[in-house]
Design a protein around this ligand. Structure first.
Ligand code: DX5
Ligand code: ZN
Length: 218
């Protein structure tokens, strides 16, 4: 999948109703979403717990949407095969995790899916530079990971631009995703800074007209 030059929307199911997941996924798909953002939290890397491979497996059966899995877990390396087998299309893991970055990227590639790296707000853009040529996407967290519904951190914008500029030199197809506090106003700032994949949870799932909400982010 090559998303360059066009803005993609990835609704985060963290704000969906897990008891009505299939219906909620159909709503965002019909609303024009380009992929689905699946937030995985282990209660250790972040203070919250969400879902794991069995749910991804069920989602895979329920939809053909591209599954963008964001692992907020301490040891992503140990779970790559489980998520790949469950049907993830892309796995994004944190550079701040305990796993070796290079080895984990290789493991994701070996599983036949797309590797991505995530940085928390306190982590410098430069942390992902050595890996840019080996990955499909960088996710710049625009809130502290762990919970939906937080406010966007404007300070993250310069990191998006720094990564975009570096990627233009070594991997022009690199996607840059932003996650946290994305609403139309902050979406615009991120796109101007160089982002091309926008994750949004509470704004999309909290909307009465989901298609309108997705269109307003694009
Ligand atoms: C936060 C998650 C996000 C979250 C975004 O740790 O990674 O994906 O669902 O939620 P909103 O869009 O409500 O900030
Ligand atoms: Zn996320």
């Amino acid at each position: 999948m090559n998303f360059k030059n066009d803005i993609k929307i990835s609704p985060s199911i963290l704000s969906a109703d897990y008891a009505s997941l299939k219906t909620d996924i159909e709503k965002v798909k019909n609303g024009g979403a380009d992929m689905l953002h699946v937030d995985v939290m282990d209660g250790h890397f972040v203070p919250n717990i969400s879902i794991g491979p069995p749910v991804v497996k069920s989602i895979r059966k329920a939809t053909d949407m591209f599954l963008d899995c964001h692992l907020m877990i301490s040891n992503p390396y140990d779970y790559i095969d489980a998520f790949a087998k469950s049907g993830a299309d892309l796995i994004a893991f944190h550079v701040e995790s305990n796993s070796d970055v290079k080895e984990t990227i290789e493991k994701i590639k070996k599983a036949g899916i797309a590797p991505a790296l995530v940085i928390k707000p306190a982590t410098e853009a430069e942390a992902v530079f050595p890996y840019l040529k080996d990955i499909a996407m960088v996710l710049v967290m625009t809130v502290e990971p762990g919970f939906g519904g937080q406010s966007f951190m404007t300070d993250m914008l310069s990191k998006i631009t720094a990564i975009r500029e570096k990627a233009n030199e070594i991997n022009p197809n690199l996607m840059i995703q932003v996650d946290g506090g994305i609403v139309p106003e902050t979406a615009k700032l991120c796109v101007e800074a160089g982002a091309d994949v926008l994750v949004s949870g509470s704004y999309i799932f909290g909307a009465t007209d989901i298609k309108k909400a997705i269109d307003s982010l694009r």
